[in-house]
Ligand binder design. Structure first.
Ligand code: ARG
Length: 585
């Protein structure tokens, strides 16, 4: 019943503040408040030894301090009685009616009584953002999945979310790709077919570039032509992007990630603003020339031996960089889209880039002091050998191949468990479980740590995994099917009597708080851990409290409501993570 502990802690903190205000306690007294569940219910539900810990510093006897604290507790519906016990314990008796009331409100509300953010913010979420020269690989998994879950959560809380897929669709490698397209078209090959495998297309183009000086010259010439807006070049480039983006879209659709073509705003979109960015930095007095390159030096960025670390915005040859584009993008997001908060779901290896970017944007006045700029960094996906994840042959793992494998393995698992299911249903369940497993394995890990990609672990029915949770959901849902009960029209009211009922209720009441935290911190793993705990508590409840077979009609009705709220909470939680539920599996 964590939420209750937290609420009681708040009450105690208020009492301490009031006592300090009256001069009854030293103002620097900050005792660690510990609240425990009592073993014997004759001593209330929760207890604290706060008065005993604080007594010495307060120069009071513990029972006297306890009495003063109790006297200064603000009124709360949460507790029905407070008393002093033994040498100075403070015992709290909870008011189960209060908790039951919270749950009834949640059940009656399609939003499960989760309040809308006030005021709502406009949040630009930069996620997925692959480079289009190549096919999406395992390195894009985390940005795509975590960014999507956080976007869904923010949206659910009523924020205006603008998704930006800041794809890499510009730069010198496109010269090489266009030159290769040109060659193939010259031979009359079916270009679309060649491009079906972007990975090998890229490799061939690179091979040609390295082997033939004529080809390399043509590639460089095409970059110049592309940048100067040449029509032929542009047509080739668009054709390439179109194919590459449709590969990405297939992945998004399979992953149930909400990105569409309309969310693509790639690097090339900022081309025309880059000169202006450099001019503005000059006007703000931030630019320094260093060996012909134009750089911003800020005092807070120093490399080893304290030498200053520049952010380069224009090369000696006049070319612009990744950072310049990102500055232009910040300006666009803040001044045109009027965003309050910018989130970037990008690999932790780009941390320095984002620190510099945000600092420069603030110094240059592109971002005001209140604008929230956050790099939502994430760790690396590792292989079971402890090195960054690779395929068996040692290559970069294509996302599409990983998803194929996850679905195939999930299909086999489900098939082994269900002998009488139709092939079609098995396929469907296999797809849902396979994709959910890949997503959940990623989302459930702390965002900033590395994690090991393991099909065996993610597809296990035990532990904090997608199969476990999806299965837990089907078990709750099946209660209503088996009892032929209309879950939309439950009667009676929630009554919390058994300990495990109270525990389940306490957990259910915590959902709202968890969802807010995910939105604030960009930490979906909190929601995963919560859903896992909730499912565990539900299964203890279900083991010790009969539901369908309960003889007392009022208790049965109450338990059905608890089951229903559990099912809806799991379903809503998984939906925020971008994971579909199944009615059976
Ligand atoms: N395309 C970049 C990469 O693959 C990620 C872009 C992230 N977004 C940004 N605004 N820099 O590394």
């Amino acid at each position: 019943m964590k939420i209750m502990k937290e609420q009681i802690q708040l009450l105690l903190e208020e009492a301490l503040t009031a006592l300090k205000g009256k001069g009854l306690l030293p103002t620097d007294l900050e005792p660690a408040i510990q609240i425990d569940r009592t073993k014997d219910k004759a001593h209330g539900d929760l207890a604290t030894n706060l008065a005993m810990i604080g007594a010495k510093a307060a120069k009071k006897n513990p029972r006297q301090l306890a009495a003063e604290i109790i006297e200064h507790l603000p009124p709360s519906k949460l507790v029905r009685q407070v008393e002093i016990a033994g040498p100075g314990f403070i015992n709290f008796y909870l008011n189960p009616d209060w908790l039951a009331e919270q749950l009834e409100n949640a059940l009656a509300d399609p939003r499960l009584a989760i309040p809308l953010a006030a005021p709502p913010q406009t949040v630009v979420v930069d996620y997925s953002s692959p480079n289009l020269a190549k096919e999406m690989h395992v390195g894009h998994l985390r940005s795509t999945i975590i960014g999507d879950a956080v976007s869904r959560t923010l949206e659910f809380l009523g924020h205006k979310v603008i998704r930006h897929n800041h794809v890499g669709d510009w730069g010198t490698q496109f010269g090489m790709l266009l030159a290769h397209m040109e060659e193939l078209q010259g031979e009359g090959s079916a270009i679309r077919m060649q491009l079906a495998d972007l990975e090998s297309f890229y490799r061939e183009a690179k091979g040609r570039f390295d082997a033939s000086p004529v080809f390399a010259d043509r590639a460089r010439q095409l970059v110049v032509e592309l940048q100067s807006g040449d029509a032929h070049c542009n047509r080739l480039w668009r054709e390439f992007l179109d194919i590459s983006l449709s590969h990405c879209q297939q992945i998004y659709d399979r992953l149930n990630v909400a990105l569409t073509r309309a969310d693509v705003r790639g690097e090339s979109a900022y081309n025309d603003d880059l000169a202006q960015v450099v001019e503005d930095l000059t006007a703000a007095g931030l630019l320094t020339e260093d060996q012909g390159a134009r750089c911003v030096f800020l005092d807070e960025f120093k490399g080893k031996d304290d030498e200053p670390l520049p952010m380069i915005v224009q090369k000696k040859d006049g070319g612009y960089l990744y950072a310049t584009t990102d500055l232009a993008a910040i300006r666009y997001r803040l001044s045109v889209l009027k965003a309050d908060r910018l989130l970037y779901f990008v690999d932790h290896r780009q941390s320095l880039h984002f620190q510099q970017l945000f600092a420069v944007a603030r110094q240059a006045g592109f971002a005001g002091p209140d604008t929230q700029l956050e790099h939502m960094a994430f760790g690396t996906v590792m292989g079971e050998d402890g090195k960054p994840f690779k395929t068996r042959s040692g290559g970069v793992a294509k996302l599409a191949d990983l998803l194929d494998e996850a679905e195939a393995r999930a299909y086999e698992l489900v098939k082994a468990k269900n002998t009488e299911m139709s092939e079609e249903e098995l396929r469907h369940i296999g797809r849902v479980v396979g994709i959910a497993s890949v997503k959940y394995a990623d989302l459930s890990k702390h965002r900033t740590s590395d994690y090991v990609f393991s099909f065996d672990q993610m597809l296990s029915f035990e532990g904090n995994t997608a199969p476990y949770l999806l299965y837990a959901y089907t078990r709750v849902a099946s209660i209503f099917r088996r009892g032929e009960i209309d879950a939309e029209a439950l009667q009676g009211s929630i009554r919390l009597e058994e300990e495990v009922e109270k525990e389940l209720a306490g957990k259910l009441a915590q959902f709202s708080e968890v969802v807010q935290r995910v939105a604030e911190r960009g930490w979906p793993h909190l929601l995963c851990a919560y859903l896992y705990d909730l499912s565990g508590i539900f299964s203890s409840f279900y083991q010790s409290c009969p539901v369908l077979n309960c003889e007392d009609a009022a208790i049965r009705a109450s338990r059905l409501k608890l089951a229903r709220l559990t099912a809806r909470t799991i379903q809503q939680g998984l939906a925020l993570l971008g994971i579909e539920t199944l009615e059976r599996m």
